[in-house]
Write a protein that binds this ligand. Structure first.
Ligand code: M6R
Length: 609
């Protein structure tokens, strides 16, 4: 949520920062701003020059004057928390003397209290943001160096932050700090970068240092140093980012969503690669940090995630129960952390997150660890906060996902859960034959995904057919239910059509009252032991003149239309059944002229509560 980018070096900074903001726009896109230090006249500090604009980065770009030269600057793209999207509330924020500039991700919890105190001292606030208090605190700090001023200001602040600070009197440096919101340094040759996300860095350098909570850094053109907010030096060894700059490009597609849906066969191939052990009909997951004896001691598995990752976790829980026979369930991390959960020593907790940054998931992990629980992470972004906080885990290797609407990460996360379930199953009671059956099924997935994607024209035609619906029902049973939930989330977030998901078994307990011709139903109908039950549910809908689009392994007579998907093993079918519905949501939204990659009100990583 919100993106930060900064640069200090010898190059013209404005184009670099604007390009970085474009790369970060998926994190927030209601307003943007840029501040640079102007050239210092002999003996005088260089003044700060700032431009801000409500709207997208392109609106900001249009406002940046031709003569906007400088070699040091910071910039921000915003997702509003305090104060509506506007020029005034856009970051950066400046102090009254235009000497200090701050960009900030996160939330200052005690902002109102600090604001009241500063106002009583005569400070005039120009925005409604929580961030502005930080600027004034830094400007007023009685300290010799910029580092000390920032440190002094942070002592008064409660909440989360990733910040970058420029000061006209200290224009040879950018000072940054992190507490709960990611800050990554990009190490170049005689130039340094900072960003909230490697997406803004990889076009320039793949050598990065990720700050820990409670850490600060000073970036100069030629070097950087890291230290704690208390001032002790920390060691920071740069690591190399795996993802290349090209993987952030659109690659000939019109939207990232389409690109990411299309990449799924390769992405699944990647998550399987090097992990299958045919000799023992199992898989190796190197980073789990859970030996066989410990795995046998697990009595229960609790999976925590939000949104799409939570839905992937629901399928994961079913896979674990089916293959490993360990009781498992998934819960939204955002609920779990507030209900004082019973933390049982025999329970293994699994935190799921594409970004590895979602605040509710991170907070749940931290609470669990504080209580002594063992937590694994199933995460896409390497080195992200949740990956670092967990005791072990597995990466889902989907590659960068830029569209706010998650698609390929959902699929890869479910495959990662299938691997975890198989691994645990083979340590416990899953037979060699069943292990082999699942491995064969996993190997079939990439080709079957390609087969589904080849049916895009037909799915597009069906999307046009249903695009007039004001509301849609999604139903599924057991394995099909989380697929229905995820498909309903996809449709509503990208097309803004109201959609809800119900277990097919619950229809007659209430939601059947909604069924009429104007309320179509998407039914997930796998060819498994519940096929007849699902057919009966469709019958009930048809009897109320409801239209039905089925996703099934064979044409369903009761449905008005069927999207036929290839059959895999029963346990793995949910992985495939969601994919045509990603395309369905995509084409519905496209037909309605929606902003596919940046749906209204949303942002890619929800790093605030
Ligand atoms: O990065 P995470 O997987 O932790 O994100 C969790 C949700 O915010 C995310 O899945 C959200 O629901 C997406 N917009 C779904 O498309």
């Amino acid at each position: 949520m919100c993106g930060i980018v900064g640069y200090i070096g010898r190059r013209d900074v404005a184009p670099l920062l604007l390009e970085g903001l474009q790369r970060l726009e998926y994190r927030g896109y209601d307003s943007a701003g840029i501040v640079i230090t102007g050239k210092a006249a002999a003996g005088k500090p260089g003044a700060l020059k700032m431009v801000k604009a409500k709207g997208r980065v392109r609106e900001l770009e249009a406002k940046v004057p031709k003569r906007f030269a400088g070699t040091t600057g910071i910039a921000h793209t915003r997702w509003a928390t305090h104060g509506a999207p506007s020029d005034e509330n856009a970051h950066p924020h400046l102090d009254a003397e235009n000497k200090v500039a701050v960009v900030h991700n996160g939330i200052i919890d005690n902002a109102s209290e600090l604001r009241a105190k500063l106002t009583a001292d005569g400070i005039v606030f120009l925005s409604e943001t929580d961030t502005e208090v930080l600027v004034h605190l830094i400007a007023r700090a009685q300290a010799e160096t910029l580092e000390e001023k920032v440190r002094e200001a942070l002592r008064h602040v409660e909440g989360t932050y990733g910040i970058a600070v420029l000061h006209a009197d200290f224009n040879d440096r950018i000072v940054v700090a992190r507490n709960g919101s990611p800050v990554v340094l990009g190490i170049g040759e005689k130039e340094m970068f900072v960003a909230s996300d490697v997406a803004a860095l990889v076009a320039h350098t793949r050598q990065v240092v990720t700050l820990d909570d409670g850490e600060m850094a000073t970036l100069k053109a030629d070097d950087f140093r890291t230290y704690t907010t208390e001032g002790s030096t920390t060691t920071a060894t740069p690591t190399t980012v795996e993802w290349e700059a090209e993987s952030y490009d659109m690659g000939g597609h019109d939207t990232y969503m389409h690109k990411e849906i299309s990449e799924q066969a390769d992405a699944v191939d990647r998550v399987l690669r090097g992990r299958i052990d045919d000799r023992f009909s199992t898989v190796h997951l190197g980073g789990l940090n859970l030996d066989a004896r410990e795995a046998r001691g697990v009595r229960r598995i609790k999976i925590l995630g939000c949104g799409t990752s939570y839905h992937a976790g629901q399928i994961g829980a079913q896979l674990i129960e089916e293959l490993a026979r360990i009781p498992a369930d998934a819960e939204p991390a955002s609920e779990f952390r507030y209900r004082n959960p019973v933390v049982d020593p025999d329970t293994l907790y699994v935190a799921v997150s594409q970004s590895g940054e979602t605040y509710d998931v991170l907070a749940a992990v931290q609470e669990l660890k504080r209580k002594g629980a063992r937590v694994l992470g199933v995460v896409n972004v390497v080195g992200s906060a949740i990956a670092r906080e967990a005791d072990g885990g597995t990466y889902v290797h989907a590659g960068p996902e830029v569209c706010v609407v998650s698609t390929k990460c959902f699929t890869n996360t479910v495959v990662a859960f299938a691997l975890l379930a198989l691994h645990l199953g083979r340590i416990r009671d899953l037979s060699v034959a069943d292990g082999k059956r699942i491995i064969d099924g996993l190997r079939r997935l990439p080709d079957q995904i390609s087969e589904i994607l080849a049916n895009e024209d037909e799915i597009k035609r069906l999307a046009a057919e249903y695009a007039d619906a004001k509301s849609m029902m999604f139903i599924g049973r057991v394995r099909g239910y989380p697929v229905a939930r995820e498909a309903s989330l996809k449709l509503k977030e990208v097309s803004y059509i109201h959609a809800e998901a119900y277990p097919a078994s619950e229809l007659k307990h209430g939601p059947l009252a909604l069924i009429e011709p104007a309320m179509p139903t998407v039914a997930i109908v796998p060819d498994d032991d519940l096929l007849e039950k699902n057919r009966a549910a469709m019958e009930e809908i048809k009897a109320r003149s409801g239209r039905i689009l089925a996703v099934a392994h064979q044409v369903q007579e009761k449905a008005d239309h069927t999207i036929v998907v290839p059959k895999n093993e029963n346990e793995l079918d949910p992985i495939l059944m969601g994919i045509p519905l990603q395309l369905f949501a995509y084409h519905t939204a496209l037909a309605m002229g929606r902003d596919i990659d940046k749906p209204r009100n949303l942002a890619k990583s929800v790093t605030v509560e």
